[in-house]
Ligand binder design. Structure first.
Ligand code: PLP
Length: 302
């Protein structure tokens, strides 16, 4: 199978109807004054598609609505977003795992009148390294997030729980991990609470209870975690929202990171220390995440 192309569709909000326009993905669509470029001021969502099936689009659109409410941006209606998603999905071959990204910015900076938001969607092949991490697990380091765990709930301007466009810090943390030979990061609050990864949720197992960290710390509510927790009972797991330290993760029976595109990845080591593993529960979580289970033979590029 050859790697599919990338596709781009603009949702033009300049007239209220929200017109869809397929655009050559190599051609520019933003002006120099777009808030996406000048301030990183906007929101995004990333969801998985394979075999024509988009994984949990409703949860992504609900979170997009929350992000836009936090940012005070009036975006497309749910029906307009759905049309955009479907237009992208139509362009995608069945046999490839792809990532649908929805992007919205506040519009144009300056100008005489209120500007409509800039809205577009892309669909791209899933990074093969992410598939490999889903299959083989990951090495993770902890990094400080700087803030105390409670500060974002008391400070709405810090945009807790918002999937905003300014991911430069998240990407810098991933690059830092990479420079240390690690695959990913667990952010820890100034007062020692486990928060989340730069683009993933932390899950861990004690006995038959699956835990994740509380959202009132301002972490992003993970749609993959939500889906897994909603269906956990079907594989005999209880669920709990639990405040944890790194020591708690070191003592857990198994620890994972979950996200929409990589899916579930077992954490093999945390800060160089070996963590508990459960192959059986990893298989359960792959299944509950809604993404294809890793197949050892398919990703040859190790
Ligand atoms: N936390 C952050 C900061 C993220 O950016 C993401 C997703 O990219 C997640 C958690 C996991 O969320 P989801 O499972 O919805 O992909």
């Amino acid at each position: 199978m050859s790697t599919p192309d990338r596709y781009l569709t603009v949702l033009d909000m300049s007239r209220g109807s929200g017109e869809l326009r397929r655009v050559d993905p190599t051609k520019p669509i933003l002006t120099a004054f777009d808030y996406a470029a000048t301030r990183g001021d906007g929101a995004f969502e990333a969801m998985h598609i394979v075999g024509g099936v988009i994984n949990k689009p409703e949860r992504h659109l609900d979170r997009m609505a929350r992000s836009l409410q936090h940012l005070g941006i009036i975006g497309p209606t749910k029906a307009q977003w759905t049309d955009l998603i479907n237009d992208l999905a139509e362009q995608w071959p069945d046999d490839a795992e792809g990532v649908i990204k929805l992007v919205i910015s506040r519009g144009q900076e300056g100008g005489p009148t209120a500007q409509p938001p800039t809205v577009y969607g892309t669909i791209t092949p899933l990074d093969p390294d992410l598939k490999k991490q889903r299959r083989k697990g990951i090495d993770v380091i902890s990094l400080t997030f700087g803030y105390p765990a409670a500060v974002r709930e008391q400070s709405p301007w810090l945009l807790g729980g918002t999937k905003y466009l300014s991911y430069a810090v998240n990407m810098a943390a991933k690059r830092h991990a990479s420079s240390q030979g690690a695959d990913d990061v667990i952010f820890v609050s100034h007062d020692g609470n486990v928060l989340e990864g730069p683009n993933a949720t932390v899950l861990w197992l004690t006995g038959s209870t699956l835990h994740t960290t509380p959202a009132d710390t301002g972490i992003l509510q993970g749609t993959t975690q939500e889906k897994i927790f909603d269906e956990a009972e079907s594989v005999g797991l209880q669920t709990a929202i639990t405040t944890a330290t790194l020591e708690d993760l070191l003592e857990a029976d198994a620890v994972w990171m979950s996200s929409s595109t990589r899916g579930v990845a077992a954490i093999k080591t945390l800060d160089g220390k070996t963590l508990g593993q459960s192959e059986e529960r990893t298989t359960d979580l792959h299944r509950l995440s809604g993404l294809p289970e890793p197949k050892a033979k398919k990703d040859k590029k190790d």
